[in-house]
Design a protein around this ligand. Structure first.
Ligand code: KG4
Ligand code: ZN
Length: 359
């Protein structure tokens, strides 16, 4: 089963060809970071206009890099949500057109579910060189998944039926957004995550540092909508406390900025890790998987490995190239039979607010 995957939910135009779910024959990602950097965040109209320009080239390159032809493709998978409506429309419409032209089924994929799948993707190359075993994802069920990106911070329970259900989520900003906003306040540029990480790594060990709140949530908060506050996140207060700290203590030297960045990163990593720890305390899950742009963060990866080891469960972290938005995760998930297939997918509109049921 050879699947062409297409991903355009935010600011990456991506296409990939994956065989039988796990053999990544090609993965092409065109990032628009440079286009949005002057604005300090993604500008939806700029994103969709760049997708429409780049999608044909990116898709053609994915086919060429895979060493296959369009006629070899068995299904066309694309993200239909969540994401920016105008960005989703470009990739999903392109996939519809291709599926019709090739006479092959369309597969509509949930972007967040695909981020979980990215943790199970082996490096590109022939299957023989990647003995990951059959369906490593299914052997990890029930799975605890953490998806942390610029738009999402979600803890999912993926039960034996393979269906993700929400255990916890952010009540306001996403973890990546918290990194991006802090980076702006510290004058470190966009995207913020890598900039904060780099600054934090330069912080001198043992220096006195500020403490930022880890986002405690009151049980009665109506935004919880029934979810356990101990499994949810709130990052907007963190950003506010950084702003007021910087007003009181303007960070002047590189070293001061590094110390503040490190304390701020610790607050986010601590908040994420403590929720995961709490979710694992039910002893229900056989493994943890992490995905999304923030899963690239070295401090988070190290901390979550400790949490997993303490709970005695294996942790699946994506290769760096699969942490951010990519299409290999889309084609891979479709290759495991997940998604909405055929005429049902053809009848769908994009769904910018697509979510899961609560666990
Ligand atoms: O998954 P992604 O590429 O796009 C979205 O779907 O949002 O995630 C992008 C987010 C940005 O907020 C970026 O600052 C963050 O991931 N990010 C990081 C790191 N690299 C990217 N956050 C923390 N540490 C990193 N090293
Ligand atoms: Zn994403």
């Amino acid at each position: 089963m050879l699947i062409l995957g297409i991903e355009t939910s935010c600011d990456e135009t991506a296409a990939a060809v994956v065989r039988d779910g796990y053999e990544v024959l090609s993965s092409v990602i065109h990032t628009q970071i440079a286009l949005h950097a002057p604005y300090g965040g993604v500008v939806p109209e700029i994103a969709s206009r760049s997708h429409i320009e780049m999608a044909p080239r990116v898709i053609r390159k994915a086919i060429e890099d895979a060493g296959v032809s369009f006629g070899d493709i068995d299904a066309v998978a694309a993200t239909y949500g969540p994401g920016l409506a105008s960005s989703l429309l470009v990739g999903f419409s392109a996939a519809k057109g291709l599926a019709v032209a090739l006479g092959k089924p369309l597969v509509a994929i949930n972007h967040i579910h695909a981020h979980v799948q990215s943790a199970f993707l082996p490096p590109p190359g022939p299957a023989a060189a990647n003995p990951v075993g059959a369906r490593p994802d299914s052997q990890a069920l029930p799975l605890l998944a953490l998806v942390v990106s610029g738009g999402h911070s979600t803890i999912l329970d993926i039960a034996e039926d393979g269906v993700p259900r929400i255990l916890g989520q952010t009540l306001d900003d996403a973890a990546g957004e918290a990194f991006d906003k802090a980076s702006k306040l510290l004058g470190l540029g966009y995207p913020g995550g890598p900039a904060i990480q780099k600054a934090a790594e330069a912080a001198p060990a043992g220096a006195a540092r500020p403490r930022f709140p880890a986002g405690h949530i009151e049980a009665g908060n109506p935004a919880l909508a029934g979810l356990d506050p101990a499994l949810c996140f709130s990052f907007s207060g963190l950003k506010t406390s950084l702003r007021s700290y910087l007003e009181r203590n303007p960070a002047k030297s590189q070293e001061e900025i590094a110390i503040v960045a490190s304390a701020y990163q610790d607050a986010i990593v601590g908040a994420l890790a403590s929720r995961v720890e709490r979710a694992l305390s039910t002893r229900r899950h056989r493994a943890i998987a992490v995905g999304g742009g923030v899963s690239l963060n070295a401090a988070l990866r190290a901390r979550l490995k400790e949490v997993a080891a303490a709970a005695g469960v294996p942790i699946f972290l994506p290769l760096p190239k699969y942490c951010g938005d990519n299409a290999a995760m889309i084609a891979s998930l479709a290759g495991t039979g997940v998604g909405i297939w055929g005429d049902a997918a053809m009848a769908l509109d994009v769904d910018p607010g697509l979510t899961f049921d609560f666990a």
